[in-house]
Design a protein around this ligand. Structure first.
Ligand code: NAD
Ligand code: WQD
Length: 339
């Protein structure tokens, strides 16, 4: 299959592009490099021993999107491109609605004109908002609590409306829980710009000495050790979920939604301990007040993905930390510092 991957230079997109190449697919990456570097794709090609066609295009440039998709052609699109910083989305909501929602509309128009109507979309467990009825099933109502999450909800609604109106569309909405880890080679991984907001990249940067200690946001939650519980999922397991979804869509029309998580929650302190074991060094931390908007507990019921796609996550927290550590140790400043 020829697969167009928007946002393919980014964290999850680069790992998924590698899996696509390894499975024998042809890959065209469309990315404006606003939160990534082309170096990620060079590494993916090195690992796969095959080439990616890269097109530097902003999804907000409607004509450029139409041209690139029209010229590339293809069988399906995996749509990762989007902005994802929750805090920034609260400060700059219009930027998020513009980039994520309008960018997606431009993509959909271009796909329709090119006759490509198979789409896998990066949604997020963030659509469940503060719901703590765990494990979360796909039937839990959408109730995002910030503009970033609402862009995901709105795009999900748009995609459902589209496939109801035109039965030629086959669409998968993949709701990721907390993606972490890196390819086991340590050659590709997450390279957040600035100070990371997410736990794992921050812990990894503490381990290499870029920050003194981890601030643990809240130790008075109603959880076994008082710290927040999340469903961390290895990025390579996540990538495999996209290939399974593409395969499923070959013979189905309509919109389908699946949680991609492990079904197992880990607390902040468990994560810090697992990372310290993986890195073989202490991770200093101190307790700080709760972070506004954080739920106490969130983890998936991933049984629909298993039943429909035959997919389940295989890697445990120790492997996530080992792989994230290898990437961080070998590339302490991400792609910027690598040789
Ligand atoms: P990322 O920032 O590493 O990758 C996103 C990529 O999209 C980047 O390479 C960026 O340059 C590109 N991009 C952004 N806006 C674009 C535009 N207008 N035109 C073209 N390219 C554009 O993020 P990621 O972690 O790989 O996330 C991928 C997707 O998964 C995003 O849609 C994100 O919202 C979603 N998601 C991520 C997480 C997570 O924790 N990482 C969790 C749930 C959902
Ligand atoms: C995990 C746990 C924090 C940092 C976010 C987005 C969500 C999705 C995934 C895109 C929580 C605690 C964190 C730190 C800490 N992204 N923590 N110290 O908030 O579950 O989800 O990323 O769709 O939309 O909201 O992930 O990694 O930020 O936090 O104690 O320095 O770690 O309080 O309990 P979160 P996270």
């Amino acid at each position: 299959m020829k697969v167009l991957v928007t946002g393919g230079a980014g964290y999850i997109g680069s790992h998924t592009s590698l899996c696509l190449l390894e499975a024998g697919h042809e890959v065209v990456v469309i990315d404006n490099l606003s939160n990534s570097q082309v170096k990620s794709l060079e590494r993916v090609q090195q690992l796969a021993g095959s080439n990616i066609a890269f097109r530097k295009v902003d999804l907000l440039d409607e004509r450029a999107v139409e041209t690139v998709i029209g010229q590339s052609g293809g069988d399906a699109v995996i749509h990762f491109a989007g902005l994802k910083a929750v805090g920034e989305s609260v400060e700059k909501p219009l930027k998020y609605y513009q980039n994520n929602v309008v960018g997606t509309l431009n993509l959909l128009h271009a796909m329709d004109r090119a006759g490509i109507r198979t789409l896998v979309f990066s949604s997020s467990a963030t659509v469940y908002g503060a719901s703590e009825e765990v494990p979360l099933t796909e039937k839990a109502p959408m109730d995002a609590t910030n503009p970033y999450g609402r862009t995901k909800e709105q795009i999900e609604d748009i995609l459902c409306d589209l496939s109801s109106a035109d039965r030629r569309w086959s669409i998968a909405l993949l709701r990721y829980f907390n993606p972490v880890g890196a390819h086991e080679s340590g050659l590709i991984g997450e390279d957040p710009s600035g100070v990371p907001n997410n736990l794992l990249p921050f812990v990894a940067q503490v381990a290499v000495g870029r920050h003194e200690r981890v601030l643990v946001y809240g130790n008075d939650y109603p959880t076994p050790d008082g710290t927040g519980v999340r469903d961390y999922i290895h990025v390579m397991d996540l990538a495999a979920g996209h290939l399974a979804a593409l395969d499923f869509l070959k013979s189905k029309v309509g919109t389908f939604r699946w949680n991609l998580g492990t079904g197992r929650g880990s607390s902040v302190l468990e994560v810090i301990r697992a990372f310290a074991d993986a890195a073989g060094r202490q991770i200093p931390y101190e307790f700080a007040p709760r972070r506004p908007g954080d739920a106490a507990v969130s983890y998936a019921d991933p049984s629909s993905a298993l039943a429909d796609l035959g997919w389940s996550a295989r890697r445990n927290l120790a492997q996530m930390c080992e792989d994230q550590w290898r990437w961080q140790r070998d590339n302490p400043l991400g792609y910027g510092e690598s040789n």
